[in-house]
Design a protein around this ligand. Structure first.
Ligand SMILES: NC(=O)c1ccc[n+]([C@@H]2O[C@H](COP(=O)([O-])OP(=O)(O)OC[C@H]3O[C@@H](n4cnc5c(N)ncnc54)[C@H](OP(=O)(O)O)[C@@H]3O)[C@@H](O)[C@H]2O)c1
Length: 294
């Protein structure tokens, strides 16, 4: 099995590079090998490697910056995945792609399922929705995993930001009126690998698990808000003694991009089709914090 992984240095990409190796030969690519801001240049790389599966973990993820760089965000998140999908079609490859809870407007009051109408509130959300549509419309075997609130011990994300702030501040203010589910990059990568592995073990990768192409929600179990997430990070990191976390409304922490107020994703379809259960978010956080810093 030849697996082309794009975005090997990102949170999810880095974890995928570790976990996918048990499934086959992984050709792991970073920005220097595949530049998504120049989508046409992706074609020869795919043709050279001729993978069976292309896993795209690369994305423009700077949610606020995207508001001032809409063209770049759309090229990387919306156009490049379409080029990849069209190239995959030529060689009969399957595409695994990732998307986001930010395709929703957050007006729901119960967890979003895959059929709920999308209505992104931000440039980032719009660009990711365009990527979903491009992959879907290519008419290839594919899975789009929509996930939420991704963190890891690597790079800049909510977890590492809160830990850093705890070392320099006595008080941190965090919004408590946005509901969602933190999801570790490792849980996403290991779940992706497990689901792909099910198909490989059955010897039917292309015909079996991909006979259910489409979008799947894949976030950890449970729900919280950013304030609750911050409190739990500090508690499990042994930092809650020195730092007080104060809840504030979103109106007191304005950002360039509007976030959905409620973005819980239902994993029901993931369970029904792949018989796969995601860990509760607190367990995944504990597992992440207990792992060696990367
Ligand atoms: N982060 C979240 O909270 C979140 C939430 C929901 C869904 N998602 C989705 O989950 C997937 C994985 O996200 P993540 O958190 O792992 O993202 P991440 O850590 O920001 O990693 C994104 C990767 O994309 C690469 N990249 C950016 N611009 C590129 C370009 N022009 N050409 C090639 N590569 C480029 C980055 O390369 P460099 O390392 O060189 O910068 C980075 O390695 C994405 O589809 C994202 O939209 C993320």
């Amino acid at each position: 099995m030849r697996i082309l992984l794009a975005g090997k240095n990102g949170q999810v990409g880095w974890e995928l590079n570790r976990s996918l190796s048990k499934l086959g030969t992984v050709f792991a690519m970073g920005r220097e090998d595949m530049d998504f801001s120049k989508p046409e240049t992706l074609r020869p790389v795919i043709q050279d490697i001729r993978p069976d599966i292309i896993i795209n973990a690369a994305a423009y993820t700077a949610v606020d910056k995207a508001e001032s760089e809409p063209d770049l965000a759309m090229t990387i998140n919306g156009i490049a995945p379409g080029v990849i999908a069209k190239e995959a079609k030529k060689i009969g490859a399957t595409v695994i792609h990732y998307s986001t809870d930010y395709v929703f407007d957050g007006k729901a009051t119960s967890p979003y399922n895959e059929e709920n109408p999308t209505y992104p509130l931000s440039v980032y959300g719009n660009s990711k929705l365009a990527g979903e549509q491009a992959v879907t419309q290519a008419g290839i075997p594919h899975i789009i995993f929509r996930t939420s609130w991704v963190y890891s011990l690597r790079g800049g994300n909510f977890l590492t930001t809160i830990q850093k702030l705890a070392h320099t501040r006595k008080q941190i203010k965090v919004v408590d009126d946005q509901t969602g589910t933190p999801t570790s990059a490792r849980a996403i990568a290991e779940s992706t690998t497990h689901i792909l592995g099910q198909g490989l073990n059955a010897g039917t990768t292309k015909s079996s698990i991909f006979s259910h192409p489409g979008i799947f929600h894949i976030s950890c179990g449970g729900e919280t808000n950013w304030f609750g997430f911050a409190k739990t990070i500090l508690k499990l990191s042994g930092l809650s003694e020195d730092t007080e976390v104060t809840p504030i409304p979103t109106s007191e922490y304005p950002t360039l991009a509007t976030r959905p107020k409620y973005s819980l994703l239902s994993n029901k379809k993931l369970k029904q089709v792949f018989h796969h259960e995601m860990p509760p978010w607190q367990d995944a956080l504990q597992e992440c914090l207990g792992s060696a810093p990367k």
